[in-house]
Design a protein around this ligand. Structure first.
Ligand code: SF4
Ligand code: SF4
Length: 379
């Protein structure tokens, strides 16, 4: 296995949020403190050491950054103020950039200006497309978005975007898989991968290891955002046009569903969950209420702000429909899309949302590797 040394890695990592790692004198207090570290994966000290020595390839192959949920206990206990929790976060951002073959992730993390411009360009493009492509026959009697942008066309655009995002994300996931399993990947039989798929699903849906941290609040916030987002995904990708069933259609014409209709209840759950989760995280970062919120990279802010704006504009659209204000509703719909599309197109494959894919994937691969090695030892 190669172990290329890159002395510039620490300088590069500064742009990814690495600040005080050089203060570390390898006492291991952080690793002893960490509730998630194990003898096989002795982090965060191991990762801090890799960064100090510029061991880029070792870092690329390391699963440890994805085993950390940033509770911050290690940073609180570090006698040198080396902030190992933030170093682990910086390592995750760095790995996200290394896995990404397009180079966009690296640009996002290294340049706040680039990220802002990318979001701005995509938002403007979406606004222009919506103004250019519509039926030209708005319903001015009732707030009916379908009169301008029919659900079946929006659904097609949704599916095209989902296909592009899936391709980008899965190709990066493939690179993460190659990096973490290395030469072992050709030796592990397919039945082992299939046999452990449950691990992938459970970790993706629950992030159960997060519950092992001393402070459980971030896990609850994560679950709120995750379940809220998954619900929105089902509503806007799977059910936007209701699978052709009129009473399941999320983008419905006037009038709105009755209050207790399942589609409306799902929408309310998603709205409350995301709003609570993002408000808590934004407030925490603003006030620096926890060790994990002490340092915020611009990409952390962008992710939370876009997600919250998407939710808030969604709420305004809902009120516009309930109050039956056509112009207000149509204008808010355009603004909503101008926020939601950049969030999805840029955050899912290249930034914070990608962590949702990498973390369960790597926990799953570690399980597959563990089972494979146990079987080999036994035979
Ligand atoms: S980061 Fe701090 S606690 Fe961890 S090994 Fe270095 S000095 Fe010790
Ligand atoms: S932040 Fe928490 S989970 Fe991450 S390495 Fe430190 S103690 Fe462990």
């Amino acid at each position: 296995m190669s172990s290329r040394v890159n002395p510039q890695i620490r300088d590069e990592l500064t742009a990814f949020g690495f600040k005080d790692g050089d203060k570390c004198y390898s006492c291991s207090t952080c690793t002893v403190t960490c509730p998630l570290a194990t003898p096989e994966n002795p982090f965060p000290r191991k990762i801090v050491r890799y960064l100090q020595l510029g061991l880029q390839d070792k870092l690329r192959q390391s699963p440890e950054p994805w085993l950390c949920y940033y509770c911050g206990d290690c940073s609180t206990q570090c006698p040198r103020g080396a902030d190992p929790g933030e170093t682990m976060m910086a390592a995750r951002r760095y790995l996200t950039a290394l896995y990404d073959w397009t180079g966009f992730a690296k640009k996002f993390y290294m340049s706040e200006k680039f990220e802002l411009m990318a979001v701005g360009y995509v938002a403007l493009l979406v606004g222009l497309i919506m103004l250019m492509f519509n039926t030209g026959q708005p319903d001015w009697q009732h707030a009916d978005v379908n009169s301008l942008w029919p659900a079946r066309y929006v659904e097609l655009a949704d599916l095209a975007m989902a296909a592009v995002l899936s391709f980008l994300l899965l190709s990066n996931v493939w690179r993460a898989y190659r990096a973490v399993l290395g030469e072992l990947r050709g030796k592990i039989p397919m039945r082992l991968y299939l046999g452990q798929l449950k691990e992938l699903l459970v970790n993706f849906l629950t992030q159960k290891k997060f519950a092992g941290c001393s402070d459980r609040m971030p896990w609850i916030i994560h679950l709120l955002i995750m379940t809220g987002y998954t619900t929105v995904f089902i509503l806007v990708v799977v059910l936007l046009n209701g699978l052709t069933f009129d009473n399941l259609r999320f983008q419905r014409g006037w009038p709105e569903y009755p209050l207790l209709h399942p589609i409306r209840l799902l929408g309310y759950y998603a709205t409350v969950a995301i709003l609570l989760g993002t408000s808590y995280a934004l407030w925490g970062r603003w006030k620096r209420t926890k060790p994990a919120y002490q340092h915020s990279h611009p990409t952390d802010w962008m992710f939370l702000i876009l997600l919250q704006l998407t939710t808030l504009t969604g709420i305004f659209i809902h009120f516009g429909r309930l109050l039956d204000w056509p112009l207000f509703t149509y204008a808010l719909y355009v603004i909503h899309m101008m926020v939601a599309v950049p969030m999805l197109l840029l955050e899912v494959p290249f930034a914070k949302w990608a962590h949702l894919a990498y973390r369960p994937l790597i926990l799953y691969l570690l399980k597959v590797k563990e089972v494979y090695q146990a079987q080999n030892t036994a035979s």
